[in-house]
Design a protein around this ligand. Structure first.
Ligand SMILES: Cc1cc2nc3c(=O)[nH]c(=O)nc-3n(C[C@H](O)[C@H](O)[C@H](O)COP(=O)(O)OP(=O)(O)OC[C@H]3O[C@@H](n4cnc5c(N)ncnc54)[C@H](O)[C@@H]3O)c2cc1C
Length: 306
């Protein structure tokens, strides 16, 4: 990207909102990833629109980042603009039984707001370490709940910079998928619809789910959560365990001993290590059970091992 475009971004957004060659390992829960050529931290929807328009005009690739909790970024990083929809765009407002929150709000923050307002239905999401935007894209879910059960409508910016409000049922939300990505939408905010509940019951359920998570998941290591989607009729973690891959390592990447469905960064793992480990896991499980594991984790940038 030429200097002129970089200066244009700084001029439009303010120098402090634009970083160059920013290590992506600082912005992913895997703690892995090379430099982003340009890393933009918009403070408002207008900043998002300005960045999008510059990228379009100058024909520069861009990528929308939430909390980076479902992401593997290449060791070579990303040539283009990363737009981080994070803390700067993170308001949460409760109105009756509905919560309107910005895309960058963390699910944990929304869950706390719901609990304080005695609203039930969002307890499942409180322990998922992503933003609302990422959760809409992924139709994030846990313990029998998923975003599609609680989403009422989503405000997006389309590829032309136009703002549209879309009812949740039009987003084709399925198992860890929606049309947000393929339609090229940027999620700006969403309305979550919950029910009045009993605060003590909400607290008890929250505590129970949080205990289950720390008991079963390797939260002490960097990871991106479940590495593979659940294949129909199976559990990815069990297939991996039954393939004899518990603790299997490639470089610093390892199949978690605590939960085989997680690939963890056991220390200085590279993205290539994770990628090669995932490939080995897929091949081994396929050879043993004839089941194809589809990655749940999203890849960004170039990989040799894919
Ligand atoms: C320890 C751990 C436990 C986890 N447990 C669960 C779980 O129980 N259930 C579950 O579903 N997931 C789980 N995850 C995975 C992850 O937290 C979810 O997929 C989460 O929804 C990702 O949100 P994010 O903001 O981090 O998105 P990112 O990882 O930053 O991005 C994910 C995708 O969403 C896109 N995106 C992000 N924000 C926007 C936006 N505003 N507009 C358009 N596109 C956007 C990105 O471009 C990317 O394609 C876990 C992860 C970890 C590390």
């Amino acid at each position: 990207m030429n200097e002129e475009i970089k200066q244009k971004l700084c001029h439009e957004l303010g120098t402090e909102q634009v970083l160059f060659e920013e290590p992506m390992k600082r912005h992913t829960t895997f703690r892995i990833g090379g430099p982003a050529e340009v890393f933009v931290m918009p403070r408002s929807v207008e900043d998002v629109a300005k960045t999008l328009m510059i990228c379009k005009e100058e024909n520069i690739p861009y990528f929308i980042l939430g909390n980076g909790s479902n992401l593997l970024v290449s060791d070579r990083g990303y040539r283009g603009v990363i737009l981080q929809m994070d803390r700067n765009i993170g308001t949460v407002a409760v109105d009756g039984t509905e919560i309107r929150a910005s895309a960058g709000a963390l699910l944990s923050t929304i869950a706390v707001a719901a609990r304080r307002a005695s609203l039930t239905g969002f307890e499942f999401a409180g322990g998922i370490p992503g933003t609302l935007g990422g959760a809409v894209v992924m139709n994030a879910g846990a313990y029998g709940g998923e975003m599609k059960d609680v989403l009422k409508e989503v405000t997006v910016m389309d590829q032309d910079g136009k703002i549209r409000v879309i009812p949740a049922e039009k987003l084709e939300m399925g198992y860890r998928t929606s049309i947000v990505k393929s339609a090229g939408y940027i999620v700006l905010e969403a309305v979550i619809s919950l029910k009045e509940g009993d605060i003590e019951e909400i607290k008890a359920l929250t505590r129970k789910l949080s205990e289950q998570r720390s008991e079963k998941q390797p939260l002490e290591y960097p990871s991106a959560g479940s590495t593979f989607k659940r294949p129909e009729g199976y559990f990815a973690g069990k297939l991996i365990m039954d393939s004899g891959l518990r603790g299997y390592r490639v470089g610093g990447a390892q199949v978690s001993e605590k939960h085989c469905g997680f690939v963890i960064n056991a220390g200085d793992a590279t993205a290539e290590d994770v990628c090669n480990l995932m490939k080995h896991v897929r091949e081994t499980v396929y050879a043993k059970f004839g089941v194809t594991l589809e990655p749940e984790v999203k890849f960004l940038g170039e990989f040799d091992g894919r």
